[in-house]
Design a protein around this ligand. Structure first.
Ligand SMILES: C[S@@+](CC[C@H](N)C(=O)[O-])C[C@H]1O[C@@H](n2cnc3c(N)ncnc32)[C@H](O)[C@@H]1O
Length: 248
């Protein structure tokens, strides 16, 4: 009898696990990443933005970011997504304006404690909300979570903002990319299709310690040199709106 009860309990647990909705199965961008935040899906005890946002994994980027900013003479930054601002609070950013943006309400509200006369936090969806025009759009660990349709929409939106430079995550050793559902993750080489960016102006090796991901880097591009022809037309209203090619 006890064995039967135990067996029934295990089956019920298995069934519940199978029925649990994963963040990437949710409908909207906001719902997906709010669920990730609520459930700490990326399982880091240090940062809700995940293991890649811990102090140790951002050591190289924190060291090199001030030099990158100086190199391009940036005075304004849009950090989208900013996540929980965990490591960025230690980065020595010499800029007049820092805007941190994220699609999750709770993250933006919690970051308000870091705001000051140069720094503010706003809620926005990178794929669709109007973005401020800045010298540098800093987009770390974000496009790797987007389907092709959403990353195309995000880039069209960045182009539309009229900002000058883009710094974003890339895995330069990957020979090809694959599509995913937004909310999942895969390494993305932005120099391979569907983005096919030119060579970056600068490439920062993040010195990622994770086996198989040691090519994780942050690349810098002048936005007008990205060669995203269709995206450029989207920016000026010439192309049809980018439509979703895979279900969210
Ligand atoms: C892995 S974290 C990276 C955060 C930060 N860039 C870092 O390096 O620590 C990804 C963040 O992207 C945010 N996000 C996802 N989709 C977004 C969107 N469409 N617009 C703005 N933020 C988004 C999530 O809420 C999450 O905070």
């Amino acid at each position: 009898m006890i064995a039967v009860k135990r067996c029934a309990r295990s089956i019920s647990r298995l069934w519940q696990r199978r029925r649990r909705v994963r963040p990437w199965q949710l409908e909207s961008m906001e719902a997906k990443f709010t669920a990730v935040h609520r459930e700490n899906t990326w399982r880091s005890a240090e940062s809700v933005s995940g293991r890649g946002s811990t102090r140790s994994e951002t050591e190289a980027i924190r060291r090199e970011l001030p030099g990158l900013i100086e190199q391009i003479g940036a005075r304004s930054i849009l950090d989208v997504p900013c996540g929980d601002f965990h490591w960025m609070q230690d980065a020595a950013l010499d800029v007049d304006t820092y805007i941190g943006a994220d699609v999750v309400d709770a993250i933006v509200e919690s970051n308000a404690r870091f705001a000051d006369h140069r720094r503010r936090f706003v809620k926005l969806d990178l794929t669709r909300d109007p973005l401020p025009r800045v010298d540098l759009v800093f987009c770390r660990d974000c496009l790797v979570h987007f389907s092709y349709a959403d990353l195309t929409a995000a880039l069209a939106n960045i182009v539309r903002s009229g900002s000058k430079y883009l710094a974003t995550t890339t895995f330069p050793d990957r020979p090809e990319n694959r599509d995913i559902l937004t909310g999942q993750w895969r390494p993305l080489n932005v120099q391979q299709p569907p983005l096919s960016f030119p060579a970056p102006i600068r490439l920062i090796d993040e010195r990622c310690p994770m086996k198989g991901y040691t090519d994780k880097s942050l690349g810098l591009w002048r936005i007008e040199e990205l060669g995203l022809d269709c995206l450029q037309s989207v920016a000026t209203g010439g192309c049809p709106p980018v439509s979703a090619s895979v279900p969210h």
